[in-house]
Design a protein around this ligand. Sequence first.
Ligand SMILES: [Zn+2]
Length: 218
Amino acid sequence: MEIVGSLLTHDYGLSLYGYVGCCEFLEPQKPVVVPLTEQQKATVKDDLAGVLKNKECEDVVEALIAQAEKNTGFKAFSHNLMDTFGKVTSFGSDGRRQEYDAAAGSNAGSPGGIALTVNYPLSNDDPLIRNLNGRKMIHEMFHGNRDGDLTALGSGERSYTHLDMQQAAWDVAHARGLTNYMSAGVAVFSGKRPTVDDGSSLMFGELIYKYCKTWEQP
Ligand SMILES: [Zn+2]
């Protein structure tokens, strides 16, 4: 299972303040990928399905997808991230399974597919961890949800970027009247609409945290 031309980025996350996806950097080398087991794939899928079971969460995700389409001019593969999850053709881990790190991107080696790597520990019995992991999957599937010309564009260019996600979050938050929304003492959506990639789309994570606080067995 080789990842070719995928979005070679990693999303690290913090659970503080509900952030999922804290820092991301470009990595010039190909990651060493160990395939996930069938059981691990099912766990990751249910992490996502269980957090989207919350209608408030499903609605805000749908609004964010529609907003990203409008802002970027690039259609999304689907407005339902479970459909997007169905596009994952490569499931891997770097084998450490320690850091809160995951990545997703369109996979040129498998046109139309998404390569996903999940490096954090999975859990089947803690709803809080499953919520955290489900929110992480929302972030990753959002990256990979951009539908594009899979043969023409280069690596990473086919995914929604962190800046796309920040701007969509800012627009959706403002449409919902969250201009002065505070999280951990920070006014998240105040000031100017973001024009610079913060490397992790914290603002997107904050909006997801606000609306996606639960996990239910799908
Ligand atoms: Zn990311």
